[in-house]
Design a protein around this ligand. Structure first.
Ligand code: GLV
Length: 329
């Protein structure tokens, strides 16, 4: 007889799902589709589950958890876990796990892809060629901002922020950083500054902080007004860190020069959303961790987190370790 029932709420790379299937004490239910389950389908997957390999697109509130008291672990497929009310999960003895580390380089690469694309107008130039507007080599056309030797400001100096900073050295950039956590220490030539100084002195501002009540709309009208008019804003963290109405105005009236966004509110954005249609904004469909290697590793790590908690062992990555003492399986 199976001791544990787990649900995987979306099609994910097979590595972790196969690992789950290979466990004799685990019975796996899979929602094997690329689009998220409907609410009814999601609740059906949660019904009777001891553990869930959960996705960022599902919102686990206290109210949801109360309806499925069997759930002992939410193993989120991702490093961010703002889709889970961690306090509510902790109060109910539900372990919350995530997948940091394995997607650091992949996400930093996308921050750089956005930075370069926005600075050098890459998406706009591709559209220009496809639309048949390319008539000549134009000395004054598609002029962008330089990257080499400029100043980058890293907002949130965790794993991904540090990786973006390390890559900036290859572009001979000055690196400024700001982090809410007093424990975070700068490394190798990175200068920690206050938030306003970072905004005022950076040519590129790249967001890498978690999305919390404290960082909601951290980049608002006031913050944008402090940035250089030539500055480029990059966000690979969560859409809610930016007040999008403020960003639309800032991009429209020249308060800042351009933006590159891998994350938005909501996701997806409609094709006619101003941020999608604006010439000086590059929007990607939340592909920060989307390399084959990173997604395979996330799948394995999420499965290992799930298996460990269900067996009463310490998982590789847990957000609320205090529940481990209290979880009786
Ligand atoms: C993706 O956004 C993640 O949090 O891993």
């Amino acid at each position: 007889m199976c001791a544990h029932r787990v649900s995987v709420t979306r099609r994910i790379p097979r590595a972790g799902v196969d690992l789950l299937h290979a466990q004799p004490d685990i019975e796996v239910r899979e929602y094997d589709h690329d689009l998220p389950p409907s609410r009814e389908e999601w609740f059906d997957l949660l019904n009777g589950a001891d553990g869930v390999l959960s996705l960022l697109s599902e919102h686990y509130t206290g109210n949801v958890l109360d309806q499925f008291p069997n759930i002992k672990v939410l193993a989120n497929f991702g490093v961010g876990y703002d889709n889970i009310d961690v306090a509510a999960a902790t109060a109910r003895g539900v372990a919350v796990c995530n997948t940091p580390g394995v997607l650091t380089a992949a996400t930093a690469e996308i921050a750089w892809a956005l930075l370069m694309a926005a600075a050098r107008r890459v998406a706009e130039a591709v559209d220009f060629v496809k639309a048949g507007h390319w008539e000549t080599w134009g000395p004054t056309s598609m002029l962008g901002q330089p990257v080499v030797g400029q100043t980058i400001g890293i907002v949130g100096y965790g794993r991904i922020g540090q990786c973006v900073a390390a890559m900036a050295r290859g572009f001979d950039m000055k690196v400024l950083a700001w982090d809410r956590s007093p424990e975070t220490k700068p490394q190798d030539g990175v200068e920690f500054v206050d938030f306003d100084t970072l905004l005022a002195e950076s040519d590129f501002v790249s967001i890498h902080c978690p999305y919390t009540a404290d960082t909601h709309h951290l980049i608002n009208d006031a913050a944008l007004a402090k940035m250089k008019s030539t500055a480029i804003l990059v966000n690979t963290a969560r859409g809610g860190v930016i007040d999008q109405d403020a960003l639309i105005s800032a991009l429209g009236n020249g308060t800042i020069w351009a933006a590159g966004l891998d994350v938005t509110t909501p996701e997806p954005l409609a094709p006619d959303h101003p941020l999608v249609t604006m010439r000086n904004c590059v929007v990607l469909p939340h592909i920060g961790s989307a390399t084959i290697t990173a997604r395979d590793a996330m799948s394995m790590l999420a499965a290992r987190n799930l298996i460990a908690v269900l067996r009463g062992e310490t998982p590789p990555h847990i957000v609320n370790p205090s529940v481990l003492d209290r979880t009786s399986l």
